[in-house]
Structure formats: structure tokens, C-alpha cells
Write a protein that binds this ligand. Structure first.
Ligand code: A2P
Length: 277
């Protein structure tokens, strides 16, 4: 069975470099998916309050019989939990729904800069971490300008920034900023998201033939080789297995360079100054 390698975060905890994304699976679908994933070798599950499937994630974990200590569970608090102390109630709700005593990683789901509450929210996150209900704390969809403000006004540097990232949406400046500050970049929609054309790009099939791998495996290897944490979503057991079988080969530098042709440029992807929830 393949297990993902671990990456060490700036707080000393480790995160499996590859995990299972769970949006938009519902409670029933996700419970089944989590059982399959854990049987296949996944040890890292990514959810969010907003996905509405935390109960299913908890059910899947329990049904698998896996030791809690072997798992890495991430959840995210959306805008309803921003400001003042609201994140404390948010985390309690997530723990109750999942039936867990702690989460491994808690993220601010979106910066929502127009609301201007992410700095006070982060202070609550710092307290929750000190209380032990969450091991690591981080953010999602934060741009460098948002992080600058966070870093200037708070004590703990986020362990992770989870952003929309793929060979089509590369966000080089964001990744550079994260790396400079010791923040691990985590890629969501790493395969381009559902319905995306990325996986149909002929170059991926061509390169895949050389390595005996599928287009999805080529894309996931692109993430891994750049030190990114990656959470491909699949509800399909075969594709889940396929997505984990990427640790037995490496891309040659000239092949990695070929991915540049897939880059849609700096304007691609969502803009968290104006979107989010
Ligand atoms: P499915 O759940 O039916 O497997 P992302 O992780 O970028 O959001 O992409 C998720 C989308 O890619 C889902 O539609 C998922 O469908 C599909 N997908 C996941 N793994 C693979 C794979 N190995 N090959 C093709 N499509 C995949």
C-alpha cells in the first residue's frame, strides 16, 4: 500500500503531502469515500463547514476503525465564524459534527477583506491552538496583501495557505510569498476542478505515456515536485488509488518545464479580494 510522504510545518507538526479533497460530496457519499480512502492508504482528509459534510467525514473515520492518531483532518471556518470570538463556537460545532476531540488543521476559509475581520479571527485561532483543540492553524485563499496584514497584527505565522492551484493556475507570486514566510502552500482544485479541461491537454497524455502514468498522475506529480501539499477530490475508488500512486517516479526537468504551456497566466482563477464566503 502506498502512503504519502510527510511535510513538516512551521509549528513542528507534519502533514501528509497528499490528502483527499471532499467537496462536493454529501454526508453519505463522503462517509463511503473516506472509508475507501483510508483503506487505500490516504491518511489526510480535507473538509470545511461550508461543504456540509463534516458529519459524514466523522462517520467514515469511525467506520474505518482507523486510530485517530494516524489521521490528519483539516476543516475550515467560513465567514459566519469571522470576527471576535465566533471561531471558538465554529470549531466546537465542527468537532461535534465529526465526533473528534481536535482537528489537525483549522483554516480561515476566505479572507473576505471587505469585512475586515480576519485579523481578530486569527487571534481567536491562536487561542484555540494554545488550548489544544487544533494542532495547526492556517488560512485559505489568502493573497500576499492579506497575509502581510495578518503577519503585522498577530503572533503566530500560519502553517498553511490553501489556494486554488494547478498547472493552469500557477500563482507564482503567492507561492513565493508563502515560502519566504515559512508557510506551506496547499493546492486545492489541483486537477483543475470538476469539469475542467486541464486533464484533457494532449501534452499530459504524451508525457504520461513516457512514464506509464495517467494525465491526473502527471499533474499531481507536478504539485509534489514543487513541495506543494495537494488534495485531489475523487469519490471514485479507482481514481483515488490512481491519485495516490505517484510516489514511484519523478519528472525529468525538461518534462517539468513542459507544464509551462498549460499556464493560463496571472489573471486565471478566483480572486479572493472580491469572492468568498
Ligand atoms: P471523480 O470524483 O468522479 O473522480 P479537483 O481535485 O481538481 O477538484 O478535481 C476533481 C475532479 O477531477 C472531480 O470531478 C473528479 O471526479 C475528477 N478526478 C479525480 N481524480 C481523477 C483522475 N485520476 N482522473 C480523472 N479525473 C479525476
Amino acid at each position: 500500500m502506498t502512503l504519502s510522504p510527510l511535510i513538516t510545518l512551521n509549528d513542528g507538526h507534519t502533514i501528509p503531502q497528499l490528502g483527499l479533497g471532499t467537496w462536493p460530496l454529501d454526508d453519505d457519499q463522503v462517509a463511503t469515500a473516506v472509508v475507501h480512502a483510508l483503506e487505500t492508504g490516504y491518511r489526510h482528509i480535507d473538509t470545511a463547514v461550508k461543504y456540509g459534510n463534516e458529519e459524514g467525514v466523522g462517520n467514515g473515520i469511525r467506520a474505518s476503525g482507523m486510530d485517530r492518531g494516524e489521521l490528519f483532518v483539516t476543516t475550515k471556518l467560513d465567514g459566519q465564524f469571522q470576527g471576535g470570538d465566533r471561531a471558538a463556537a465554529g470549531l466546537e460545532g465542527s468537532l461535534t459534527r465529526m465526533g473528534l476531540d481536535y482537528v489537525d488543521l483549522l483554516l480561515i476559509h476566505w479572507p473576505l477583506p471587505a469585512r475586515d475581520e480576519f485579523v481578530s479571527t486569527w487571534k481567536t485561532f491562536e487561542r484555540l491552538q494554545a488550548e489544544g483543540k487544533v494542532r495547526s492553524i492556517g488560512v485559505s485563499n489568502f493573497k500576499p496583501a492579506h497575509l502581510e496584514r495578518l503577519l503585522a497584527g498577530t503572533d503566530v505565522v500560519p502553517a498553511v495557505n490553501q489556494i486554488q492551484l494547478s498547472p493552469a493556475i500557477t500563482r507564482a507570486a503567492d507561492r513565493e510569498f508563502n515560502a519566504k514566510h515559512g508557510i506551506v502552500t496547499e493546492s486545492y482544485s489541483p486537477l483543475g476542478g470538476s469539469g475542467a479541461s486541464l486533464l484533457r491537454a494532449p501534452i499530459l497524455a504524451q508525457l504520461g505515456e513516457k512514464y506509464g502514468k495517467t494525465p491526473a498522475q502527471m499533474v499531481l506529480r507536478w504539485h509534489i515536485e514543487q513541495g506543494l501539499v495537494v488534495i485531489p477530490k475523487s469519490g471514485n475508488p479507482e481514481r483515488m488509488k490512481e491519485n495516490l500512486e505517484i510516489f514511484d517516479f519523478a519528472l525529468e526537468p525538461q518534462d517539468l518545464a513542459e507544464f509551462a504551456a498549460l499556464d493560463e497566466g496571472p489573471g486565471a482563477g478566483n480572486d479572493s479580494d472580491t469572492t468568498g464566503h
